[in-house]
Design a protein around this ligand. Structure first.
Ligand code: URA
Length: 210
C-alpha cells in the first residue's frame, strides 16, 4: 500500500459516483457527473497545498494575504480517460498547467505502452496531480508516474475515481512516496483487468465509444 491513501468520502462525491456506476446512465450524464466530481476532488486534493505570504493593498490598506506557493500546479491526465476529470479540475484551478501522458494497455499482457508525453517547463517548481478515473492493474498508473518522475516535479499526487486492492498494491509497491486519492476501493479485478463492481470502461462511457 502507498504510505497515504485518501478516500474522498464527501457525500456529494459518493452520490455522484453511484449514479455514474449505474449501467443505464447515459454518456451525457456520465461525462457531466465526472466533471462535477472532478471539481469536488480538486477542492479536496489541494487542501494541504503549501501557501506563501503575499503583501497586497486592498482599497483600504496594505495587508498580508496567502497564495499557493511555487509555480502553477500541473494537472496530468493519463490519456484518454483521464481527460474526463480535467475540466472539473480546471474549473477550480483555472490557471493550472496541463501535461499529458498517452498510454495504452496491450490487450493481451495488460502492460502500459507510452505513445505521448508532454509537460510544461519549470517542473521542478510545480506540484503535479495525475488524473485517471480507474486504478485497475496499476500498470498505467505506475508507468505514468515512472515517466513523470523523470521530469522531476516538486511533488506528485495520484487521483482516481475507482480503485481496487490489486491496483493499490501495485502502485504502492512501485511508488510508496506518491499519495493516492480515490473515491472508492472496490472489491477486485476480473480476468480482463476490469474492476468489480466498478463502472465498466471509463473511456467508453465518457466518450460514447462502446
Ligand atoms: N479501465 C476501465 O475503464 N475500467 C476498469 O474497470 C478497469 C480499467
Amino acid at each position: 500500500m502507498p504510505r497515504t491513501v485518501h478516500v474522498f468520502d464527501h457525500p456529494l462525491i459518493q452520490h455522484k459516483l453511484t449514479l455514474m456506476r449505474r449501467k443505464e446512465t447515459s454518456t451525457t450524464s456520465f461525462r457531466r457527473l465526472l466533471n462535477e466530481i472532478g471539481s469536488l476532488m480538486a477542492y479536496e486534493v489541494t487542501r494541504e497545498m503549501p501557501t506563501q505570504e503575499l503583501e497586497i493593498e486592498t482599497p483600504m490598506e496594505r495587508m498580508t494575504g496567502r497564495v499557493i506557493d511555487g509555480k502553477k500546479l500541473v494537472f496530468v491526465p493519463i490519456l484518454r480517460a483521464g481527460t474526463g476529470l480535467l475540466d472539473g479540475f480546471l474549473s477550480v484551478v483555472p490557471g493550472a498547467r496541463v501535461g499529458h501522458i498517452g498510454l495504452y494497455r496491450d490487450p493481451k499482457t495488460l502492460v502500459a505502452i507510452e505513445y505521448y508525453f508532454k509537460m510544461p517547463g519549470g517542473m521542478a517548481e510545480r506540484d503535479a496531480i495525475v488524473l485517471d478515473p480507474m486504478l485497475a492493474t496499476g500498470h498505467s498508473a505506475v508507468a505514468a508516474v515512472d515517466r513523470l518522475k523523470e521530469a522531476n516535479p516538486r511533488s506528485i499526487r495520484f487521483v482516481c475515481l475507482v480503485s481496487c486492492p490489486e491496483g493499490m498494491r501495485a502502485f504502492g509497491h512501485a511508488h510508496p512516496d506518491v499519495p493516492i486519492f480515490t473515491a472508492a476501493i472496490d472489491r477486485q479485478l476480473n480476468d480482463h483487468g476490469y474492476i468489480l463492481p466498478g463502472l465498466g470502461d471509463a473511456g467508453d462511457r465518457i466518450f460514447g465509444t462502446k
